[in-house]
Design a protein around this ligand. Structure first.
Ligand code: ADP
Ligand code: MG
Length: 599
């Protein structure tokens, strides 16, 4: 193919503009992205070579080399992974193939601050090279293709790129960054090593850099030892050394891993700039053996509510990367969890379809679910900071425990705000863990405007004689709070849970009771306040019903297409009338939701 110039897809141009304009504060991530692409390319080669070992050609040792040329102002990242054909270079570096990315670009607002937050959680990939480079040259040859079938791709990052066929003996890819003048600091071994240690230590293949050594400047005037010498400098030795630990973090012993390292790994796999709320790292032994390293993020991704969205757990088999987003490893309602599962039992050529059926995967999924719920229970338990020492409790805590408690305070509230609505899906989805999930739920109530009341809190505050947990569903907190259906409860000082998430109605179909106490919607049927209702009230209602019989009959006739029944009620205090649904009817809330969904 002779040289041709092609245009970037519109979304790419948009993304490029954004990357170069909003990531200035965190330039160095470009190296993480490019090394992660190099590592992905090696993973892909290893994976394809399972069925075709010829792809290794004469270079079975997979590695990444990072080098720079100060004079030419270039920084080059080379891998001997799978490489790209010319068509792949055009497709992968010129268009956005993933639908998730397109969605992402369409969400961009033009406001730098929100956009850079968005982009932070999304991961900018290859185009991040343009943060530091005004031109990028990519040279590549796909494993298994002829030497003459290499490709060179060049772009200045504005609108279009050039591609042409080249001869390239080595398999794999070189990404050559032509550095901006204000990014020349990256043409330094010291600087690059620092960034690699920070972001890429866990990359399980070696990252090599050429060794340098100090060389004194030439003597210009041998008789004047101090004055006649040119300045010295670091020179390359031609010898390469591994600069990362090249050790998968999850395969290391817990005690050797610092919190910083755990957090850094999380940032790497999640593209989140914030630290995670919690993580769990375990080696599970027994009939199914695997290692899990799972994280709970602090922030919801922009497409959290898309149930088809891929999960965030990567699957490895004996440290060989198999796939991203292995949805079979966790139930859908835990799709916010990020991390790695490394199995010792699964075959390397396992497919997504096979995963769905595997008994080992089922065991892993159950194990991971339990761990995540356990992490959440822990966060919930430590959500409140220990009170000063009024009750004497904190006095018995050691300084260490106290610091730990303070560190964890508020985390569950934060988690719940971001992911509570998704967790609720678990009530319907995960029957075996329903009770654990129910305990983790928090709601607003007539005594709390924030979602902080658990069913257990509610039960502990129930009135003498109260036999049910009362709740109301509505679109907004204000609507719930001002519902006429609450009047009698307010009058009697009975707490009512206010449910305003869209999923509440649906989720509550799966929970009829908590710890032996039934749940009762205050908007359904004739609310029976049981022992809370005194005899005189009951009697008055019955008498009124008798006295108003003719009126009720007329109202019923007048509303016959609109209302099933019209009756006298004791549930109102100030309002003249309210709508209720039958005990087993669909609530007004759910009916509206279904209508919105077009059903
Ligand atoms: P992502 O890595 O999330 O897929 P990137 O923007 O980082 O997105 O990369 C886009 C695509 O370009 C990759 O999916 C891959 O197909 C291709 N690519 C990038 N770098 C390399 C490389 N070093 N070797 C082979 N393919 C690469
Ligand atoms: Mg990438």
């Amino acid at each position: 193919m002779s040289k041709q110039t092609l245009s970037f897809q519109a979304e790419v141009a948009q993304l490029l503009h954004l990357v170069t304009h909003s990531l200035y504060s965190n330039k160095e991530i470009f190296l993480r992205e490019l090394i992660s692409n190099a590592s992905d390319a090696c993973d892909k080669l290893r994976f394809e070579a399972i069925n075709d070992s010829g792809l290794y050609e004469n270079a079975p040792n997979l590695e990444v080399r990072v080098s720079f040329d100060k004079d030419a102002k270039t920084l080059t990242i080379t891998d001997n992974g799978i490489g790209m054909s010319a068509q792949e270079a055009i497709d992968h570096l010129g268009t956005i193939a993933k639908s998730g990315t397109k969605d992402f670009v369409s969400k961009l607002s033009g406001d730098q601050k929100t956009d850079s937050q968005l982009i932070g959680q999304f991961g900018v990939g290859f185009y991040s090279g343009f943060i530091v480079a005004n031109k990028i040259t990519v040279e590549s040859r796909r494993a298994g293709m002829k030497e003459t079938e290499g490709v060179r791709w060049i772009s200045g990052g504005a609108g279009n790129f050039e591609v042409e066929t080249i001869t390239r003996p080595e398999r794999g890819t070189s990404v050559i960054l032509h550095l901006n003048d204000d990014a020349l600091e990256y043409a330094s071994a010291w600087k690059l090593k620092g960034i690699i240690n920070k972001y890429s230590d866990h990359i399980s293949l070696p990252i090599l850099m050429e060794k340098e050594e100090w060389k004194d400047g030439e003597l210009i005037n041998p008789s004047d030892e101090n004055g006649g010498r040119q300045p010295g400098g670091m020179v390359k030795t031609g010898e390469w050394e591994t600069v990362n630990k090249a050790n998968a973090i999850w395969a290391r012993a817990k005690k050797d891993i610092s919190a910083d390292e755990y957090n850094e790994f999380y940032k790497q796999i999640s593209h989140d700039q914030e630290a995670p709320l919690a993580y769990t790292h375990n080696r599970v032994e027994g009939s199914t053996e695997y290692t899990q390293l799972l994280y709970i993020p602090g922030k919801a991704p922009f497409d959290l509510y898309n149930r088809d969205k891929s999960a965030g757990v990567k699957l490895y088999v004996k440290r060989v990367f198999i796939m991203d987003d292995a949805e079979a490893l966790l139930p859908t309602y835990l799709r916010f969890v990020k991390g790695v599962v490394d199995s010792s039992d699964l075959p390397l050529n396992v497919s997504r379809e096979l995963l769905q059926e595997s008994r080992d995967v089922k065991a892993i999924r159950e194990g991971c679910t339990k761990r995540v719920l356990g992490m959440l229970e822990d966060l919930a338990k430590h959500d409140k900071a220990p009170e000063a020492s009024a009750d004497g409790v904190t006095d018995v805590l050691s300084a260490e425990d106290k610091a730990e408690a303070e560190k964890n305070a508020g985390k569950y509230t934060k988690f719940y705000k971001e992911f509570g609505a998704v967790l609720k899906e678990g009530l319907g989805e995960d029957y075996s863990n329903k009770d654990r999930i129910a305990k983790l739920l928090r709601f607003a109530s007539t005594t709390s405007d924030t979602a902080s009341v658990s069913f257990a809190d509610y039960k502990a505050r129930m009135k003498e004689g109260q036999e049910a947990i009362y709740y109301i569903t509505a679109d907004t907190l204000a609507a719930a709070k001002n519902s006429p259906q609450l009047e009698v409860f307010k009058k009697k000082g009975i707490e009512v849970l206010l449910m305003t998430d869209r999923v509440d109605e649906w989720a509550l179909n799966y929970v009829h009771e908590f710890d032996g106490t039934p749940l009762q919607s205050v908007a359904k049927g004739a609310v029976d306040l049981g022992k809370l209702q005194d005899e005189t009230e009951k009697k008055a209602a019955e008498e009124a019903a008798e006295a108003f019989k003719p009126l009720l009959a007329k109202l019923k006739e007048a509303l016959k297409d609109k209302a099933e029944d019209v009756r006298v009620t004791t549930r109102l205090v100030d309002s003249p009338a309210c709508l209720v649904v039958q005990d087993h009817g669909m609530s007004t809330q759910l009916a509206r939701m279904l209508k919105q969904a077009g059903q």
